[in-house]
Design a protein around this ligand. Structure first.
Ligand SMILES: Nc1ncnc2c1ncn2[C@@H]1O[C@H](COP(=O)(O)OP(=O)(O)OP(=O)(O)O)[C@@H](O)[C@H]1O
Ligand SMILES: O=P(O)(O)O[C@H]1[C@H](OP(=O)(O)O)[C@@H](OP(=O)(O)O)[C@@H](O)[C@@H](O)[C@@H]1OP(=O)(O)O
Ligand SMILES: [Mg+2]
Ligand SMILES: [Mg+2]
Length: 373
């Protein structure tokens, strides 16, 4: 572990109250402090330019006035890194531009391929009525997602549309995305600078022909991979699925690293996660279905250490370090592997599977094995 060498750093953070509660935990504050890094809350009631000094700014606030404040601050403090640029984050606020970036990445991969599901956008109610899905190259069922992904509850409200009747309930502007059977498991790939971590979560179950014929027009849901166990048990659709997914194989590690670094470079973002599903029809084809800015890192095992290492690197202009690969396994099904810089060799406790709960505090259980590739 690096010594603070007498110099202390201050990171100003601007987060919504819920995000602050889950992310800025005492364990993170203390670990950062040990490394000479103080996490300082930015007062959103006061002008940013009058606050500080900060050595770095961390934020997940989307208002135009905040964007203006950051811009004014950057003019006055050109050497203070802002994580991340509001313009770069904005690309993720639209579910079309969000996934366009995936189609821009290219790398050689022998055994697996990746892409995005077919999708179209419908802007108004009239267009919904006149919609010819087949003509658009889309097959039912489709997932209807609000075009805007700005973090509001509304932006997470989705529906699985089984037939034409289901289309009539849609509220444009909406993205219609091909529903791809993927065995009810989703891979959440967390990226923190050049650190990459993949965890498995429950997803929507596959839809078969029988279900397609007998179902109601559509079924609404929200943040299905983010439900806690009580919510899951109550959820009508969720309860239909097989909860045993321990056997699901993870995507190859080098493949995930390539996608992660491709996305990081193309988007100019350092803090994000992406959701990946494996197309059961093809098997070795993976689809990126969602990218989130500054996701729920506190649900990630060892998030304190990972984030503190990242802060250290940013503050010391060290964030281009060569990556090493570390494979980490767990028998809990939530943490299977990680690729990380070997900044810290300290033993780290892992999440015990309660990953979907708002994390305060997380109950943890120690189990880690790692090999260097
Ligand atoms: N094309 C698809 N095919 C199959 N299932 C999908 C598809 N798109 C989304 N899903 C399912 O719907 C869930 C929600 O979709 P998505 O991740 O796009 O929404 P979100 O509200 O942005 O989620 P998050 O909480 O990760 O931000 C996914 O976790 C997955 O279970
Ligand atoms: O807390 P926030 O508002 O940032 O919520 C984010 C949430 O994290 P949380 O679960 O800790 O709340 C993320 O969960 P994971 O992907 O990591 O499971 C994901 O749902 C993001 O899409 C959310 O961001 P939003 O899209 O709403 O901006
Ligand atoms: Mg998602
Ligand atoms: Mg999302």
């Amino acid at each position: 572990m690096e010594e603070p060498m007498g110099r202390r750093f201050g990171i100003g953070y601007a987060l919504a109250p819920k995000k602050q509660a889950s992310f800025v935990q005492v364990s993170l504050i203390n670990l950062a402090k040990e490394r000479g890094i103080d996490l300082i809350k930015i007062d959103l009631e006061k002008p940013l330019i009058d606050q500080g000094p900060f050595d770095c700014i961390l934020h997940k606030i989307y208002s135009p006035s905040w964007k203006q404040q950051l811009s004014d601050y950057a003019v006055k403090n050109p050497n203070v890194p802002i994580i991340d640029s509001p313009n770069a984050i904005e690309r993720l606020h639209n579910r079309i531009s969000m996934l366009e970036v995936v189609t821009d990445i290219n790398f050689e991969c022998e055994k697996v391929s990746f892409g995005i599901p077919k999708q179209i956008v419908v802007y108004d109610a009239k267009a919904v009525k006149e919609l010819n899905l087949e003509g658009e190259g889309l097959k039912l069922p489709v997932i209807a997602k609000p075009l805007v992904a700005d973090g509001s509850a509304k932006s997470h409200k989705m529906s699985l549309v089984f037939n034409k009747d289901g289309l009539s309930k849609l509220k444009p502007p909406v993205v219609l995305q091909e529903f791809v059977n993927h065995g009810g498991v989703i891979f959440k790939v967390y990226v923190v600078g050049d650190y990459v971590k993949c965890v498995k979560r429950k997803s929507l179950p596959d839809v078969n022909e029988e279900k397609l014929g007998s179902s109601e027009g559509s079924l609404s849901f929200s943040q299905v991979s983010n439900l806690n166990s009580v919510e899951r048990a109550d959820d009508k659709y969720y309860s239909m699925m097989d909860l045993e997914d321990e056997k699901t194989e993870l995507p190859p590690i080098s493949f995930l690293v390539n996608i992660a670094s491709g996305l990081r470079g193309a988007m100019g973002l350092r803090l994000f996660n992406f959701d990946l599903i494996r197309d059961v029809r093809i098997g070795n084809r993976y689809l990126v279905i969602d990218i989130n800015y500054f996701p729920g890192y506190a649900k990630m095992p060892c998030y304190e250490r990972v984030l503190t290492d990242f802060f250290w690197d940013v503050l010391n202009n060290n964030d281009d370090n060569k990556m090493d690969l570390n494979l980490q396994s767990s028998n809990m099904g939530t943490c299977e592997m990680e690729v990380r810089k070997l900044v810290s060799n300290s033993e780290c406790e892992e999440d015990d599977g309660a990953t979907n709960l708002p994390v305060s505090p997380i109950k943890r259980e120690e189990k880690e094995s790692s090999i260097q590739v």
